[in-house]
Design a protein around this ligand. Structure first.
Ligand code: AHR
Length: 764
């Protein structure tokens, strides 16, 4: 490595590699990224992409709330344009009503007829009059309109235990009680069943200037009365530290596991300050760019430190770390009220957002929520409004580009990159995270922090074959570029094509000061040769070729479950290969899945008839029954040969194989612990749905079908499910809207399915 290059390796990735025992050789390429596509373990909680909105400046009033009589198009007083924009970026959760405002907010002032609600002074934020027109009902309506979870922060600083307790009762209780009755009187019959409840905000500061011991005791007291009501178990969030304040964290964690205390999350706050000399969000120079981004990147160290403390008390990582307020904080825009914290938003802020999100992704084992401050018209906003006008900020576009990481599996990476140097200081020039979504696509978000130089990056993807690549970029001509009401599209994403596929990944050139998000169709590197080819001839002379996967870590002294997979009609033949096509559960032989659920997998191949006539190419009922019996004989033999857990044999298949799945459990219901028929037909089975309903009512089943299936109508599965239910069964049934005959692609990737399946056992 040359002198001006430094090895910048992302620590979490290294930790993951260490834990998983994977070593990565040092490389000498300039910027090198290695992604372990098959080793992801942690899920990036979609709530990391959450937001925070306070009664501050023009966030609530004007930003969301314009009132029912406003000429600005609204639904029950809430702006339609803002809701539409927030839906697009899939806001998962919204924190409210503060902030510092939370600890002087009395929720009962914000319910009932609006004209009767008392006004108050918003002392923290500009001393303006708060007329309480936007209260509990309006906030929860907003969340319903956006389609996100509400996160309500209660008043500990100047409120009472009773007040918070009654708020929870008002919002969450379904029965007859003073607060539930009051809610009904105010027009809401059903409780909202709000999950996330914060117990105070920044109680070390604006929320009461408390010492950690004092707050920890208050938390214990207040949380006791944040009651659980039927169907509404609260997720209780304690006020956390600011940044690196480890003393606060230590004290809180001592209480986290105490008898009778429920602490599900700790709300840490951290802001990145404007730079060195910044005059505003848009009037700054490179020195400010450098300092602000370095401040944002410090979040990594902070999360590392605080997670270490949490690990000491809670090694199981039960308590979530929530970054309940984060973002860039600049001087207010000239000519605006200082107490309103209104700031513009430039490309620099987009980099702050993307660096912070990448870092939170990397810490998703502990960080399970983040709430950027503050959605509309305040601090690092997604949206700015001016009367009826609305613009999207560069930060909004980052949330739009990064939404692909929501609920995806974080992939371990190692990154070696050049430094971005300014003056005599430096920081890593690139910042990255990668994930794999439920459909198997890999997303890589990369920031080039250097505002002057492009970066060549070579990326190796291990554990997956690189399929089709597409990418988007967010950049702009200047570091200060931003969107205005007159020119709203200066900074916006566009397609990016400066990459080329290599044998095991890709190479790209990242423009200076840019954010690039790549989407890669990855295929697991599991192929036919990972399965042993065998042929079985039955006592009756029926020959079936099959493939067998033996768990990689097979140990004769242990017992392993077995999955029998029946292919679709296209897999028929005798080449002992064709049954292997498509993204099937054969992938359950992949290292990632096998690490969690080691199992035998068997893929028999149903022979084809020799007929030239397409209709007759596939065997009919009688022949099919014979094949199924032969396949079951194969299982008998495997049970002799290997250490198989006979209480945990499962059968699944799609299309024709879905029907074979039914036939398997019809032939040998006592053998299988569960069955998963996917878009199954009803051609060979020779049974009426009612008969099947009676027979399988109490058999563990998960049935899948696409409702737009034109090959095998969804009605086949619907009829069966109806019959099963009629016979007293409760089969699991997933119907994918708008999905044609390929529903297995989605079904076999359902994490929940895999967990459910391997949990089934015939053991009493
Ligand atoms: O987001 C603005 C303020 O910053 C919040 O009200 C407070 O919690 C934090 O200090």
């Amino acid at each position: 490595m040359s002198n001006n290059k430094l090895l910048n390796v992302m620590f979490i990735s290294m930790l993951t590699f260490f834990l998983l025992g994977v070593s990565v050789e040092p490389a000498c390429a300039q910027n090198k990224l290695v992604i372990q596509a098959d080793l992801g373990r942690e899920t990036i909680d979609k709530n990391i992409y959450g937001h925070f909105s306070e009664h501050l400046g023009r966030c609530i009033y004007e930003g969301y709330w314009v009132g029912e009589d406003s000429p600005i198009p609204n639904t029950r007083g809430i702006r339609n344009d803002v809701v539409k924009a927030l839906k697009k970026i899939k806001v998962p959760v919204l924190r409210w009503p503060g902030g510092c405002f939370a600890d002087e907010y009395h929720w009962k002032d914000g319910i009932g007829p609006r004209e009767e609600r008392p006004s108050m002074i918003n002392t923290h934020w500009g001393g303006v009059t708060e007329n309480n027109h936007f209260g509990t009902h309006e906030f929860l309506d907003l969340c319903e309109q956006i389609g996100c979870e509400p996160f309500i922060t209660g008043n500990v600083g100047s409120g009472t235990v009773q007040e918070l307790s009654e708020w929870v009762e008002y919002v969450n209780f379904d029965g007859v009680s003073p607060m539930a009755n009051l809610r009904r009187k105010n027009g809401r019959e059903e409780p909202w069943r709000v999950k996330y409840w914060g117990v105070g905000n920044e109680n070390w500061g604006c929320g009461g200037q408390m010492r950690p011991e004092y707050y920890a005791d208050l938390y214990r007291r207040f949380q006791t009365y944040v009651r659980s009501y039927p169907g509404a178990r609260p997720f209780k969030v304690a006020c956390g530290p600011y940044g690196e304040d480890t003393e606060w964290m230590e004290e809180l964690m001592k209480s986290a596991e105490a008898e009778g205390v429920q602490m599900d999350g700790i709300d840490l706050h951290y802001y990145s300050w404007s730079g060195k000399n910044s005059k505003s969000a848009t009037r700054f120079e490179e020195i400010d760019w450098f300092h602000l981004l370095r401040d944002a990147a410090r979040l990594n160290e902070i999360l590392k430190k605080q997670s270490n403390i949490m690990d000491k008390y809670d090694p199981e990582k039960r308590v979530a770390l929530i970054v309940g307020e984060w973002g860039a904080w600049h001087e207010v825009e000239q000519g605006t009220k200082p107490g309103f914290l209104y700031q513009q938003n430039s490309l620099r802020d987009a980099l702050v957002a993307s660096v912070s999100l990448n870092i939170m992704n990397q810490h998703c084992d502990r960080v399970r929520m983040g709430n950027i401050a503050q959605t509309v018209n305040v601090l690092q906003a997604m949206i700015l409004t001016d009367g009826p006008k609305m613009i999207l900020t560069p930060s909004y576009h980052v949330f739009d580009l990064f939404k692909v990481h929501q609920d995806a599996t974080l992939l371990p990476i190692t990154l070696e990159c050049e430094d971005y140097r300014f003056d005599k200081e430096e920081m890593p020039g690139l910042n990255v995270s990668a994930s794999r979504d439920k459909s198997g696509k890999i997303h890589i978000s990369i920031c080039n922090l250097n505002p002057n130089e492009e970066a060549e990056l070579s990326c190796e993807i291990r554990g997956a074959r690189t399929g089709k690549i597409s990418a988007q970029i967010l950049t702009a001509p200047e570091i200060t570029s931003h969107n205005t009401f007159d020119d709203p599209e200066v900074v916006k994403p566009s397609n990016f094509s400066e990459y080329r596929k290599t044998e095991n990944g890709f190479k790209t050139t990242l423009p200076a000061k840019s954010i690039v998000v790549l989407e890669i169709e990855g295929f697991d590197r599991i192929d036919v040769d990972d399965y042993e080819a065998r042929v079985y001839t039955s006592s009756k002379g029926d020959t079936i070729p099959y493939r067998l996967f033996v768990p990689r870590s097979y140990d004769r002294d242990k017992k392993y479950p077995l999955v029998l997979f029946h292919h679709g009609a296209g897999g028929s033949g005798n080449d002992n290969k064709r049954q292997f096509e498509g993204p099937l559960p054969r992938k359950w032989a992949g290292p990632e899945r096998q690490a969690k659920n080691p199992c035998f997998i068997i893929l028999p191949q149903i022979p084809r008839n020799r007929s030239r006539d397409r209709e007759n190419r596939f065997p009919q009922t009688e022949v099919m029954c014979k094949h199924i019996q032969t396949i079951h004989e194969i299982l008998d033999n495997l049970e002799e040969e290997f250490s198989i857990d006979t209480n945990r044999e499962y059968v699944t298949g799609f299309s024709m194989g879905g029907e074979c799945t039914w036939m398997s459990i019809n032939e040998q219901p006592e053998r299988f612990a569960a069955a998963v028929p996917i878009c199954a037909g009803d051609k060979f089975i020779g049974m009426e749905p009612s008969e099947m309903g009676q027979k399988f009512a109490h058999f563990p089943l998960w049935i899948f079908h696409g409702d737009a299936d034109e090959v095998i109508s969804v009605d086949v599965s619907r009829r069966l499910v109806k019959a099963l239910r009629h016979a007293g069964g409760a089969p699991k049934y997933t119907e994918y809207p708008g999905v044609d005959h390929g529903s297995w692609e989605l079904a076999y990737r359902e994490r929940e399915l895999i967990e459910w399946l391997f949990a089934q056992s015939r053991e009493p």
